[in-house]
Design a protein around this ligand. Structure first.
Ligand code: TA6
Length: 300
């Protein structure tokens, strides 16, 4: 159902047959994108991509059937935009504030060869008022691939701006126990499941047979998820990112999350691209950083 009370400014952004604003879950406004290759969905809440799929193929992204769609709560699944910090912070929301507030949809444009690009701005600073002035822009480009660019600019005249960022992507998989994740061999990581002990990845492909929660540092390469059950490989290419996080909650953690189904761990894995911990970024006045992730899939 199209939002009847859609603000005129947003209405003008729609592109017939390509970009439509709809009433999404929880009565939250969402943008539905249709391209020559498939479709995507993005909520203004958190500028949160919740779906991307190619025609005739299973969705590339996982969004929990139990996800909340409420102000002040993160959507569980899709691509949470994590900024200006990653992880827990005393007295603050987990994983920063960017995913908890509505972003402004600034424009929607068609790109050559039948794709669509959406540009969002983070205007609402109510939850992160203590940070120096910054601009946060987010560009989502939907073609036969899904490209995401998180552009952060230090607009302070005299203060440096130190922050973490991460695109915390939940991928849909046929069976988490059957996938393998390549591209991280030889990379040092913090194993959060074993009290944050430092390790080095020795496997040429990471497998999931229990809870996995690893932050890999100083790694800029592409990662691939090989999914024999869905008969596809998903490629995660990135630039402007030195950290990769791999997470599957497995059984116990799944049961502890009210916005996540007890068995949903079987259908997802997070491979996240950003700059966290020792890889956090610090921008001088007037400088910008661009975190770019390009997601694609191909038959195995
Ligand atoms: O990126 C992995 C992680 O930090 C896990 O430790 C787990 O907390 C996950 O993020 C989900 O966090 P959320 O705040 O979305 O429940």
């Amino acid at each position: 159902m199209v939002i009847t009370d859609i603000p005129e400014r947003l209405k003008r952004i729609e592109i017939p047959g390509r970009v439509t604003l709809l009433e999404g879950n929880g009565d939250m406004p969402k943008i539905e994108v249709t391209t020559d290759w498939g479709s995507a969905e993005v909520y203004l809440h958190g500028a949160h991509v919740t779906d991307f799929r190619l025609k005739g193929q299973p969705p590339l992204l996982f969004t929990s059937q139990c996800s909340r769609f409420e102000d002040g709560q993160p959507i569980r699944g899709g691509i949470p935009v994590i900024f200006p910090w990653f992880g827990a912070r005393e007295g603050e929301p987990m994983h920063g504030c960017a995913r908890l507030v509505d972003w402004e949809l600034h424009e929607a444009i068609t790109v050559p060869d039948g794709g669509v690009s959406l540009r969002f701005n983070l205007i609402d600073r109510s939850l992160c008022a203590t940070f120096p002035p910054y601009h946060a822009n987010y560009v989502v480009t939907v073609t036969d691939q899904l490209a995401l660019e998180l552009i952060l600019t230090n607009t302070s005249a005299d203060q440096s701006f130190t922050f973490e960022n991460c695109l915390h992507t939940y991928f849909a998989v046929g069976d988490a126990n059957a996938i393998s994740i390549s591209g991280l061999q030889g990379v040092d990581y913090l194993d959060k499941v074993e009290n944050f002990v430092w390790k080095t990845e020795t496997a040429d492909a990471v497998k999931i047979a229990a809870e996995v929660d690893r932050i890999y540092f100083n790694t800029t390469g592409a990662v691939e998820i090989h999914d024999p059950k869905l008969g596809r490989k998903v490629r995660i290419e990135k630039s402007g990112s030195a950290s990769t996080v791999v997470w599957n909650p497995w059984i116990n953690r799944s049961q502890q999350m009210p916005d996540f189904g007890n068995d949903e761990y079987k259908q997802m894995v997070c491979v996240e691209s950003g700059n966290v911990g020792p890889n956090k970024l610090s921008l001088q006045p007037g400088r910008s950083s661009v975190l770019k992730v390009v997601l694609s899939s191909a038959a195995l």
